[in-house]
Design a protein around this ligand. Structure first.
Ligand code: THU
Length: 133
């Protein structure tokens, strides 16, 4: 169960990460945070590039942090904009999160707490590759 206090800690971690974002082109800073199934918190921020399409969403940093800090599955996720307000992860990043989600992973979204299956219904995932090989 993710407590109110846990969500608060996630929000603080996401906001701190957002302050480290490199977003000179869009001026749109993003910070994300997540609980891993072993209880640790990981974070990420967006990192843009002069070749605009090469820019990395904050979630890319988060997934890299997931693996570089030992792997595991994501159980709860938060995402903030440059003002520290709740931001919805983009569609591509929902897919990115889905791959590494624990069953029933929760996201703090603009319309409240939702599961990964609610924000990415009927998702394509690793199982499709296995079952249809
Ligand atoms: N961005 C993220 O980092 N994550 C999202 O889920 C939405 C968009 C970034 C990408 C770009 O650096 C900036 O926000 C403006 O689109």
């Amino acid at each position: 169960m993710v407590t109110e206090e846990s969500w608060q800690l996630l929000r603080e971690a996401a906001t701190e990460a957002m302050q480290k974002a490199y977003a000179p082109y869009s001026q749109f800073r993003v910070g994300v945070s997540a609980y891993v199934d072993d209880g640790r918190i990981i974070t990420g921020c967006n990192v843009e590039n002069a070749s605009y399409g090469v820019g990395l969403c904050a979630e890319c940093g988060l997934i890299s942090a997931l693996f570089s800090s030992g792997g595991g599955k994501l159980v709860a996720f938060d995402c903030v904009d440059g003002h520290g307000n709740t931001l919805m992860p983009c569609g591509r990043c929902r897919q990115l999160l889905y791959e590494h989600s624990a069953p029933g992973m929760l996201l703090n979204t603009v319309s409240g707490i939702h599961t990964i299956d609610e924000v990415l219904p009927d998702a394509f995932g690793p199982r499709d590759l296995e079952e249809r090989a």
